[in-house]
Structures are given as structure tokens and as C-alpha cells.
Design a protein around this ligand. Structure first.
Ligand code: ADP
Ligand code: MG
Length: 227
């Protein structure tokens, strides 16, 4: 479903060059939930940003269902809108919008009718356990509730791929477990492919498998989780 070949990425910091990804290769099957694991600074976010078409400045190739990622920004934006969903550590909801407006947003961008936007957004919010919170704004919700809104938003347009960067890192353990459970059950129900960067061993253990990154390279060694 998703394959990436010979991905290399350097960051320039003034005269310095920081190699964030050495030469990474991998393949992710349709419907798989894959954890991208590794210590801080190992390149997880860098790789996720590339797989999510948020960063188009890298070496190597990524293929989605056999088709190379577009190199033109306008084409990448269109494909990202229709086929990808995102969950971030800090939720990244739009503060002036209610929960239902946040969830409907990808449907609006994809030009669904107002009626369909409402129906689908309501259904997704019910699915993440927020049926009584349609009209709450992000600041009126707990972290765990905000992340559930973000998951509803990431899945509402039935994307082929959801990219999640440390989705549980800002949550207490109860909310984190809840978010993990929801991502797993909804993801499997909808057949969505997930790539999830995490240094949360509970999150990783719920995934189908781990890709381990160390110093910008994929490692076959098991990750040593800190308790
Ligand atoms: P992780 O998500 O695993 O913590 P990152 O992908 O954020 O790792 O970072 C990988 C490496 O690239 C680190 O050495 C980090 O300092 C560096 N890096 C990340 N983003 C930037 C940036 N915008 N400018 C310069 N260096 C960066
Ligand atoms: Mg990161």
C-alpha cells in the first residue's frame, strides 16, 4: 500500500548539515497499523512528514498503491486532502471551531454537501464517544477528548492512510489507553492503514508491528523501552 525507497533527508542549520535519515526503506501493507519507534531525535517525525506529504524536500521515492508521490505541490495537496488523515501530539484542532466543525473540515475541503458533512461528522464523533460534545470548542474539552476529536477528523473522509505523530504523548495514561483503543478498533473496522510514531510502549504493543529507527536508520534490534 505504501512503500518508501532510499529515503534520505538532511537539514541545513547555517553552515552545518544534520543528517536526519540515512537511507531508509520499507513497505506497509493495506490495513496495517505500524508503529514507528525509536528514541528522541532518531528521525521518526522526519520520516512521518515525508510519508504524509508534509515535507516534499527529500531524496528517494515514496509510492502509494504503486503510484509515486507527486512532486508538484498542488497535486500533493490534492492527494493529501483526499487520501490522508493526520493526528498530532498537540491535537492541532482549530480553536474557533466546535468539535463537529473541526471534524467536518476535511469533508468541506473535499467538497461534500453540507448535509453529508453534518451526517458523517456526527457519526464519527459518536464513534469516538463524544456524542454529547458536538458543539464544544477545543478549549472546553480535556486533552483526551480533544485527541478523540482529532481522530474523528483524521478518519471522517475515509482516507487510505493515517499518519500519527506521538498521539498519546500529551495524555495521562487513562486517556492514552482510551485513544489507543479507539484508533485500533476504528482503524480495523474501517480498514485504514496507520503509521504511528511513538515512544509509548503501550501504543507500540497495540500495533501490528514496529519499524525501529536509530540515528536515522532502520534497525533490526528491539527497542529498549524505558519503564
Ligand atoms: P524524532 O521525531 O524521532 O524525535 P526528528 O525527526 O524530529 O526525530 O529529528 C531527527 C533529527 O533531525 C534530529 O537530530 C533533529 O535534531 C533533526 N531535526 C529535526 N527537525 C529539524 C529542523 N527543522 N532543522 C534542523 N534539524 C532538525
Ligand atoms: Mg518526533
Amino acid at each position: 500500500m505504501l512503500s518508501f525507497l532510499n529515503i534520505k533527508k538532511d537539514y541545513r542549520l547555517g553552515a552545518q548539515t544534520v543528517q536526519a535519515l540515512g537511507d531508509v526503506n520499507g513497505e506497509i501493507q493495506s490495513g496495517e497499523m505500524v508503529a514507528l519507534c525509536g528514541p528522541s531525535g532518531s528521525g521518526k517525525s522526519t520520516l512521518l512528514n515525508i510519508l504524509g506529504m508534509l515535507d516534499m524536500n527529500y531524496q528517494g521515492n515514496v509510492f502509494i498503491d504503486g503510484t509515486p508521490f507527486p512532486r508538484k505541490v498542488s497535486e500533493a495537496t490534492a492527494l493529501r486532502r483526499s487520501s490522508l488523515g493526520f493526528v498530532f501530539q498537540r491535537f492541532n484542532l482549530i480553536p474557533v471551531m466546535s468539535a463537529i466543525e473541526n471534524v467536518a473540515y476535511p469533508l468541506m475541503l473535499n467538497k461534500f454537501s453540507a448535509k453529508m458533512q453534518k451526517e458523517k461528522a456526527e457519526k464519527m464523533l459518536v464513534n469516538v464517544g463524544l456524542k454529547d460534545f458536538f458543539h464544544y470548542r477545543p478549549e472546553q474539552l480535556s486533552g483526551g477528548q480533544q485527541q478523540r476529536v482529532a481522530i474523528a477528523r483524521a478518519l471522517v473522509h475515509q482516507p487510505r492512510l493515517v499518519i500519527a505523530d506521538e498521539p498519546t504523548a500529551s495524555l495521562d495514561s487513562h486517556s492514552a489507553n482510551n485513544v489507543i483503543h479507539i484508533m485500533k478498533t476504528l482503524g480495523h473496522e474501517m480498514g485504514t492503514t496507520f503509521v504511528i510514531a511513538t515512544h509509548d510502549s503501550r501504543m507500540a504493543s497495540q500495533c501490528d508491528r514496529c519499524i525501529n529507527l536509530i540515528d536515522g536508520l532502520i534497525s533490526s534490534e528491539d527497542i529498549q523501552w524505558n519503564a
